[in-house]
Design a protein. Structure first.
Length: 256
């Protein structure tokens, strides 16, 4: 793996092309996968093929993806970063409600520690900013847990530059996770550039975009992921899939 295709994430040097686990759950990111055996195989194959960054969240299932990671990958390799998130409640397929109450966020962290079977989470994101609670209170509770040794590094998901700068007044921020792809990148361009200047990882969710179309021309997943990797050394894409053949195809992107 050439040096420019690696980067520092949560204090570890890892392959920048990772794996997202949202698609390992049921329809509407709800419930168990169609085949737990296939989901476990995909996770193990990802690591065997060189993935060093697994992205998940307690809301995926809910709880399903974290449990699958433990089943498939525990005990974890020392060079593996497992990132998870909290701050949503789930009430059914496709239903997501932010909840940034400090007590709830603390509960989210404690339960993720238990499901993943770790003493500290490598990278923990505030999954969504709750507009009804001061951001400093949400980030502040997670920072307390970082100081307690339960979280190694903190991240934010779906935030703008003003929210990032506000959060940094309360805690060090190691990663940002926003929507960003070859087909949908205008909104987060300034955030990507800020991350690069400030040595903060930018982890694009939905890195393949919707429809993989650019000016009416179909773009394959390998080309789309390669574009992200070359857009900035701060970018750590996390394409997700439940199919082994798609995983193998996606992981060709950093060979271009």
């Amino acid at each position: 793996m050439t040096a420019h295709l690696k980067g520092t994430l949560a204090g570890k040097t890892v392959r920048r092309l990772g794996f997202g686990t949202m698609r390992l759950t049921g329809t509407g990111v709800w419930g168990e996968p169609v085949s737990e055996r296939d989901a476990v195989t995909v996770l193990r194959s990802a690591v065997n093929l060189g993935v060093q960054h697994i992205d998940t969240a307690d809301a995926y299932g809910p709880h399903v993806a974290e449990n699958l990671i433990r089943k498939a990958l525990f005990p974890y390799s020392d060079d593996l970063v497992i990132a998870t998130k909290g701050g949503f409640t789930r009430h059914g397929p496709g239903r997501w409600v932010p909840c940034g109450a400090p007590a709830y966020l603390r509960q989210c962290v404690e339960l993720s520690l238990r499901r993943l079977h770790v003493e500290a989470i490598d990278l923990y994101y505030l999954h969504r900013v709750d507009p009804n609670i001061p951001l400093a209170d949400q980030v502040g509770e997670l920072e307390l847990m970082r100081q307690e040794g339960k979280i190694k590094a903190l991240g934010l998901s779906k935030v703008d530059l003003a929210q990032i700068q506000e959060a940094k007044l309360t805690a060090p921020i190691a990663a940002i996770q926003n929507s960003f792809s070859l087909t949908n990148h205008d909104e987060s361009e300034t955030v990507v550039d800020w991350c690069q200047r400030n040595n903060v990882a930018f982890v694009p969710y939905a890195p393949l975009g919707a429809g993989k179309l650019v000016t009416g021309v179909s773009v394959g997943s390998v080309e789309a992921l390669s574009w992200l990797l070359h857009r900035s050394p701060a970018i750590f894409p996390i394409p997700g899939t439940s199919r082994l053949e798609h995983l193998q195809e996606n992981l060709r992107a950093d060979l271009l």
